[in-house]
Design a protein around this ligand. Structure first.
Ligand SMILES: NC(=[NH2+])NCCC[C@H](N)C(=O)O
Ligand SMILES: [Mn+2]
Ligand SMILES: [Mn+2]
Length: 326
């Protein structure tokens, strides 16, 4: 039995999706992920969403070219800190403005550092929002625990205030510390839940334990099945099923056989259906207020793999925006 199509509780009518294309790759080293959003839109995503009954707002992809950080030496271990900070601040403003207008911002990445911006934007409109983070990785390294220095492995430590931005240097040559704009942004770690984890760094495991962050790895998905896992995640962060939900979906949560064209693939991931089920169920709650689809990299693997990954990205979005199987 399938339940009646749900009415989105926090969006205004007519339901409007605002596509925020973010051609950005500065949170990690592999070129090409900046072309993810262009491929997703070129695959016909806007028309697909109109077909589902949405008003679609898409002006153009974000123009990050005018955001330059000509000189952006590492800050401690952090790579491209100024650039990532400026780009994510701009994304936070765009996403926040759409969300405050009662629209559903759909952010297309780009690398997952962008989620600093998307979640900050969501929280500016929906301060009591919670986050479902679907990923092979926990992306909660701090500037201290990171091994790679790639900021796409760290957005949640900034959002959950596990980083003291003054620890990043106060002022540098009179220039304010990057990420100072995030100082007032705060997601309680108990309002974040993970699904799909299988490649979590030792320092991250410690953070998850210390802050009792609900985390459902592939082991738990195998044990309980995806249907129960989504309810278990919601029970932890949204027991009354009454708070807005932000879904941040890294396509590397899916098994590499399902979504091959991504920068940090890890075997043993979610099946096609498990990934889609998460999106369908969250739509069904009526609580979804924002969606991110991240880390599609069309310059990795062969042409067929790229096409497959882009198509999966589009169908995850449709599932999260109300496409039903019957
Ligand atoms: N968004 C991603 N794909 N993140 C991968 C992060 C990998 C690793 N944990 C790191 O911090 O570098
Ligand atoms: Mn990942
Ligand atoms: Mn990620």
């Amino acid at each position: 039995m399938s339940s009646a199509p749900s009415k989105p509780l926090f969006l205004t009518e007519p339901k409007t999706v605002a596509i925020v294309g973010c051609p950005f790759s500065g949170g990690q080293p592999r070129p090409g992920v900046d072309r993810g959003p262009i491929h997703l839109v070129d695959a016909g995503l806007c028309d697909q969403l109109k077909e589902l009954g949405w008003e679609v707002k898409f002006d153009d992809h974000h123009q990050f070219e005018d955001i330059s950080a000509a000189s952006d030496p590492p800050l401690g271990k952090l790579k491209n800190p100024r650039l990532v900070s400026k780009v994510t601040e701009a994304v936070a403003k765009t996403v926040g403005a759409h969300a405050r207008d009662g629209q559903l911002p759909l952010t297309l990445g780009g690398d997952h550092s962008l989620a600093m911006g998307t979640i900050a934007g969501t929280l500016s409109a929906h301060p009591d929002a919670c986050v479902i983070w679907v990923d092979a990785h926990a992306d909660i390294n701090t500037p201290e625990t990171t091994g790679s220095g790639n900021i796409h492995g760290m957005p949640l430590s900034f959002i959950c205030s596990l980083v003291d931005s003054s620890s990043l240097g106060g002022t540098i040559n009179g220039e304010p510390t990057p990420f100072a704009w995030l100082d007032k942004v705060h997601l309680e770690p108990g309002r974040l839940a993970y699904i799909g984890l299988r490649d979590v760094d030792a320092g991250e495991k410690e953070i998850l334990r210390k802050h009792k962050i609900p985390a459902f790895s592939m082991h738990e998905v195998d044990r309980y099945g995806i249907g129960q896992i989504v309810e278990m995640a919601l029970d932890r962060i949204n027991p009354g099923r009454d708070k807005p939900v932000h879904l941040s979906f890294d396509v590397d949560a899916l098994d590499p056989t399902v979504a091959p064209s991504t920068g940090t693939p890890v075997r043993g991931g979610l099946t096609f259906r498990e990934g889609h089920y998460i999106c369908e169920r969250l739509w069904e709650t009526g609580l979804l207020v924002a969606v991110d689809i991240m880390e599609v990299n069309p310059s990795l693997e062969d042409e067929a793999s790229v096409e497959q990954t882009v198509a999966v990205g589009c169908s995850l979005v449709r599932a999260a925006l109300g496409e039903t199987l019957l």
